[in-house]
Design a protein around this ligand. Structure first.
Ligand SMILES: NC(=O)c1ccc[n+]([C@@H]2O[C@H](COP(=O)([O-])OP(=O)(O)OC[C@H]3O[C@@H](n4cnc5c(N)ncnc54)[C@H](O)[C@@H]3O)[C@@H](O)[C@H]2O)c1
Length: 376
């Protein structure tokens, strides 16, 4: 007797990566190295590419598939032959949309700059069926009338998916060349699903730990970019290491207070995971937000972040400036501006209302910050 369709159905998980920038490409590489060896996953990893034409006239997708390299966002690194670039969002996620028999527990990894996620979700609404699990590697938030919306919540609400997060001290170019680092998966309820994500991302040089605190992990990853902008101002003004350490400490305190005031469920221990203090340190020492903010301060705030981003990052996106604006909106709306002088000052400097030197003059308002301490 022929096996039933149920019996024929694959029980392996299929992974699609939505995004192919610097971190998106590294994430695809990490995952692809694991799907080849883990029996519970299909080898092939689809990677959705926001299509663009390179100076050579070729499409980025064609070049990635021909050379196995993302020549624009991660040059010099082979992604793995089982990574297939696809410019068609609906097609890249085909396995998610045609989730036959309910046995193919597919996995969707979102990793684009956060400002594009609302549009991407709109394109996917109603198209994802079956037991699909999602994870967001995206740092940032959307601010809506009703308040801030984390990207994992946007994905859950718009696509009806359970969504974990993965954040950490993860400068993509360092992981691309397999230097040791750590990351944190934040999950809501299912430890089993969290462990599956841990398995999918872990390698001997990339150690992943799961904690039950989606909001805490995601807010750490999001807010540290604002502190990195402040650290960049300090560097650009050549204020030295003590000042930078002070700004990082004040920033960490505001990160914790803001997170806990928004979500009382956020755990103190999360700030000691890779997604917390470790990510804050690496971003303030080496990330792109720090670098562009350094240039902004050296230019006395006379060249805009947009201009510097276009000139210095070659298509990569800054997250800290838009996150500072979003955080500022939340602070203004809730009457919390005075409680978060560092966050507020970063935004005021970014939009030119204060000079870069204000980062030290305005950030250290201890009496008001102590209010925050009491309220958390
Ligand atoms: N790069 C890192 O080191 C790093 C590390 C950890 C987390 N992250 C986070 O990962 C996320 C993705 O960052 P990244 O480094 O992969 O990207 P990136 O900044 O390197 O690249 C920008 C990407 O956005 C795409 N894009 C441009 N216009 C678009 C549009 N209209 N719609 C959709 N996509 C568009 C580009 O094609 C490109 O893939 C961000 O939230 C970032 O904060 C980055």
């Amino acid at each position: 007797m022929a096996p039933s369709m149920e019996e024929e159905a694959p029980s392996k998980s299929r992974v699609t990566v939505v995004g192919s920038g610097n971190w998106g490409s590294v994430a695809a590489k990490l995952i692809a190295s694991n799907t080849l060896t883990l029996p519970s996953f299909h080898d092939e990893v689809r990677m959705w590419v926001f299509e663009e034409t390179l100076p050579s006239g070729e499409k980025l997708t064609d070049v990635i598939n021909r050379t196995n390299e993302n020549v624009k966002y991660l040059p010099g690194i082979k992604l793995g032959k089982n990574v297939i670039a696809d410019p068609d969002l609906e097609n890249a996620g085909r396995s998610m949309f045609l989730c036959f028999y309910g046995t193919d527990a597919n996995m969707l990894v979102f990793v684009t700059p956060h400002q594009f996620m609302e549009g991407i979700c709109k394109r996917l609404v109603g198209k994802i069926k079956g037991d699909v699990e999602a994870i967001s590697l995206i740092k940032g938030m959307e601010v809506k009338m009703e308040g801030p919306c984390m990207i994992s919540t946007l994905i859950s609400q718009q696509l009806g998916l359970n969504c974990c997060v993965l954040m950490g001290a993860n400068i993509a170019n360092e992981i691309a060349v397999e230097k040791f680092s750590e990351a944190t998966v934040g999950y809501r309820e299912s430890r089993e699903i969290a462990e599956k994500w841990v398995q999918l991302f872990s390698t001997p040089y990339f150690i992943v730990t799961a904690v039950q605190d989606v909001e805490g992990v995601e807010l750490c990853g999001t807010l540290k970019n604002v502190v990195a902008i402040a650290a960049g101002f300090v560097d650009g003004l050549e204020m030295g290491n003590n000042t930078k350490a002070a700004i990082m400490r004040i920033g960490l305190r505001e990160m914790k207070a803001f997170s806990k005031m928004l979500f009382s469920s956020v755990k103190d221990s999360t700030f000691f995971e890779s997604c917390g203090v470790a990510d804050l340190i690496t971003t303030c020492l080496g990330g792109r937000n720090r670098k562009v903010a350094d240039a902004f301060a050296r230019n006395g705030g006379k060249r805009s972040f947009d201009e510097l981003e276009a000139e210095m990052l070659q298509g990569q996106k800054l997250q800290g400036v838009s996150t500072a604006r979003e955080v500022y909106e939340v602070l203004s709306h809730r009457g919390w501006l005075e409680l978060f002088p560092l966050f507020a000052t970063v935004h005021e400097i970014c939009v030119g209302r204060l000079p870069p030197s204000a980062i030290v003059e305005h950030s250290e308002r201890i009496p008001k910050l102590s209010l925050v301490e009491k309220s958390t």
